[in-house]
Design a binder for this molecule. Structure first.
Ligand SMILES: [Fe+2]
Length: 395
């Protein structure tokens, strides 16, 4: 049997591949990670999120004399530190010095990388500065800074993680338009990249996405922010934001026809059921088709839509069910495929209150994966149709 040396390791010094020296259990006694678990980047991030400052790891050693050093064992545990159950070969004294296991059941804090948050917030501020005043001063509109922002703040975020990172940036109610526009810009940029479009096309798509709802910035605030149902006249005003945005950009901006069409056509649908022109299929610009997908997804997963915030799983399910024939099939397939690849490793809550990690995707339906709960049970949502994922705790 191998001998191990046990070390207390700062969370900041953990690297994937290290082996856990003591099991981590939840406050109600369920095993979160067993001794011997190999740490992954995601596991380390989760431990950081939960506020742990150090954990015990083990390494194989060649001599039997090596044990956990006294200092490491007797060192004062930080308040938020791990307290773990002891492996069998620990002495009673050592066990007595350990704290009970505490992994709070509280919702895991959302984790957005600092660099992402910095670029994202810069982009929101630039849009707020320029879109915030068009309702009052139209001829002062200048798209140059927005173009620069595409290069400086959005392009660096185009990778496989950004779509789900967007979901974690909570919009403030009054800044919803700017947050939504930046979200759609990032999601559309990622999707454009996944579609294999060239750099110029990606840039133009992002620009079109950032400005797709500029027509809403022209709607009186009392209508735009009105709670409850709208009158027919108010509904007319809102529905025509796409036409209004197109006309505004044409008159006051210096943008390509492609960018203008993103504003005009992002609510058009392949089957002609959209607005404002009810055009079909090939009459819709490819960028506008792509932005429509990003727009629908972000609207569903944002706090304001549908009365509650849909999880990405619910959003994908709705998009598959209700958008057939309306959204571009090829672009939508690429989006849903790429998005679902990110589902593995998500920490989720099921409709029965159990929490766990998505460990396997069902190849036929990515919205019904296999979830490993905290007590080690594997829940196959494809078989247990009465259960569903109803909350994202961390992605
Ligand atoms: Fe819109």
């Amino acid at each position: 049997m191998a001998d191990y040396i046990y070390k207390r390791q700062s969370i900041d010094d953990l690297v994937p591949g290290m082996v856990l020296g003591k099991m981590i259990v939840t406050s109600d006694g369920k095993i979160f990670l067993n001794e011997g678990a190999v740490l992954t980047l995601r596991t380390i991030q989760t431990l950081q999120l939960w506020g742990f400052r150090s954990v015990d790891i083990r390494e194989e050693c060649t001599t039997t004399q090596q044990t956990i050093s006294e200092n490491e064992q007797l060192g004062e545990l930080p308040v938020a530190d791990l307290a773990v159950q002891q492996p069998d070969d620990f002495s009673a004294d050592q066990q007595a010095q350990s704290e009970p296991a505490i992994v709070e059941e509280a919702e895991i804090p959302l984790n957005v990388p600092d660099e992402f948050a910095s670029h994202y917030n810069n982009a929101v501020q630039v849009l707020k500065k320029h879109l915030g005043k068009v309702r009052f001063i139209k001829d002062d509109f200048n798209g140059d800074e927005i173009r620069r922002m595409v290069t400086m703040d959005i392009i660096p975020l185009i990778d496989d993680h950004s779509v789900t990172d967007c979901l974690q940036m909570m919009p403030h109610e009054e800044d919803y338009l700017y947050h939504h526009s930046v979200d759609v810009g990032i999601i559309a940029g990622c999707l454009s990249f996944w579609m294999g479009r060239n750099y110029h096309e990606i840039e133009e798509t992002i620009l079109g996405a950032l400005l797709h709802d500029i027509g809403k910035a022209l709607i009186p605030l009392k209508v735009l922010n009105k709670p409850g149902s709208l009158t027919d006249e108010e509904m007319h005003l809102v529905r025509f934001h796409s036409l209004r945005g197109y006309k505004f950009l044409k008159q006051y901006g210096d943008f390509s026809q492609s960018v203008l069409l993103c504003a005009l056509q992002h609510h058009e649908r392949i089957d002609g059921s959209g607005y404002p022109m009810a055009v079909k299929g090939d009459k819709i610009h490819p960028y506008a088709k792509l932005i429509a997908i990003a727009d629908v997804f972000d609207a569903m997963t944002s706090l304001r839509s549908y009365g509650k915030r849909a999880t990405p799983y619910e959003a994908v399910e709705i998009m598959k069910r209700e958008m057939v024939g309306k959204l571009d099939y090829e672009i939508c397939s690429v989006f849903l495929d790429k998005l679902s690849q990110r589902f593995v490793g998500d920490i989720v809550q099921l409709s029965n209150g159990q929490r766990g990690e998505v460990v396997f995707l069902n190849p036929h339906d990515c919205t019904r994966p296999i979830v490993r709960t905290r007590d080690g049970e594997f829940v196959d949502l494809d078989k247990l149709r009465e259960l569903s994922i109803n909350k994202m705790l961390h992605s």
